[in-house]
Ligand binder design. Structure first.
Ligand code: SF4
Length: 361
């Protein structure tokens, strides 16, 4: 059964016309789904009973079912675990920050990229998420945390490689940035890729892909270390990746974020920082570097560097006038930090106690 959250606005209008309804029904549906974020067709009170019944019988409104959630005592971020209709589970993280709220969404069940520091990847790729499954992470989370805590920023940094699920992610971004739908600012949506060169090029050449921010996981300043951490680097080499990133038509205010997970004794030495600075070279205005101290998980092969080492790395980049920031990951105590999301097998359980109020506490 189709889910209306899988349609961009043009498709929604076309579908509405196919049912023999007037075009303005698309606007009404959009208002209920994306502005009011209702959870059932009954709540769409300005639609006739016949239309509501038709919708109920022929379409579905929600594709995710909440299994459970964990709230971080450290910083208030909330990790949600959802069950998909085929039984697989995915995670989404809500991150409250000063003045804005960010949502980290998943785009695949598992991931095929196989970064060796990543917890998500252990079972490989199971499948791509549909557009509706991506959008429903936003809408259902917003309903649960309360509409007054608007999610203004979205990062595609959860489970999966977003550009390996290109078409569904593109449509989700269209829905997110369309003023008739979720209406987020383009600059507040970030696609984070492991660095699949041809897909990055495709995204920039594709005029129907809304121009949003790009983040690329770099994680090393030399080919050997990067390949050790990210096997994808064997075919998408560091040199080719940097050449591509240096040539992208990046709009002012849309600096590319280079994500760099700092791992003790692997890529966190002063010489790594100097090499990274040289790699960026004269293109420093094009990039911002996010330094993310690694978060060890049970059985992880790597360790987190101490604060002094992180600060040293940071300072070296600043000496070269490179905009670099340390991102101490949010939600460490609930394994919601970068590269730590992982599908879990959790038995069906009742979640009827869950309300927006209980999440605020
Ligand atoms: S870090 Fe991202 S791209 Fe790499 S394996 Fe994990 S989910 Fe996939």
């Amino acid at each position: 059964m189709l889910c209306l959250k899988g349609f961009n606005y043009g498709e929604l209008e076309r579908w509405v016309r196919q049912q023999g309804w007037k075009k303005f029904r698309a606007k009404q549906l959009s208002k209920w789904i994306y502005s009011k974020k209702v959870g059932s067709y009954e709540e769409m009170t300005d639609l006739s009973k016949d239309i509501r019944n038709f919708l109920k019988e022929n379409t579905k409104l929600n594709v995710l079912k909440l299994v459970t959630y964990e709230k971080s005592k450290e910083d208030g971020s909330i990790k949600f675990l959802w069950r998909l209709e085929d039984g697989h589970t995915i995670e989404t993280v809500f991150i409250p920050e000063k003045g804005h709220n960010t949502l980290c969404v998943s785009t695949q069940v598992g991931c095929a990229v196989g970064c060796t520091f990543c917890f998500t990847t252990k079972d490989g790729l199971i499948r791509n998420l549909t557009t509706a499954e991506i959008i429903d992470q936003y809408i259902q989370t917003q309903r649960l945390v309360g509409l007054d805590r608007r999610i203004s920023n979205v990062v595609f940094m959860g489970m999966g490689e977003p550009l390996a699920n290109y078409d569904n992610v593109k449509k989700a971004v269209q829905i997110m940035t369309d003023d008739r739908m979720l209406g987020l600012s383009n600059r507040k949506v970030t696609i984070s890729s492991s660095g699949i060169i041809h897909q990055i090029k495709k995204m920039y050449e594709d005029s129907s892909f809304p121009q949003v921010r790009l983040a690329v996981s770099l994680n090393a300043s030399d080919q050997k270390t990067r390949t050790q951490l990210m096997p994808i680097s064997e075919t998408n080499t560091l040199e080719d990746l940097m050449e591509t990133l240096n040539s992208l038509p990046v709009k002012t205010g849309y600096r590319i974020m280079l994500e760099y997970v700092l791992i003790k004794d692997v890529n966190d030495r002063p010489e790594d920082a100097h090499r990274l600075a040289r790699l960026i070279g004269k293109n420093k205005k094009r990039y911002k570097v996010n330094l993310i101290p690694f978060n060890p998980y049970p059985g992880s092969p790597y360790e987190r560097p101490d604060e002094e080492r992180v600060n040293r790395f940071h300072q070296i980049l600043w000496q070269y006038n490179i905009g670099a920031f340390v991102r101490w990951s949010k939600g460490k105590d609930i394994s919601a930090a970068c590269g730590q999301l992982r599908k879990k097998e959790i038995p069906e359980e009742k979640v009827s106690f869950l309300t927006a109020e209980s999440l605020k506490r």
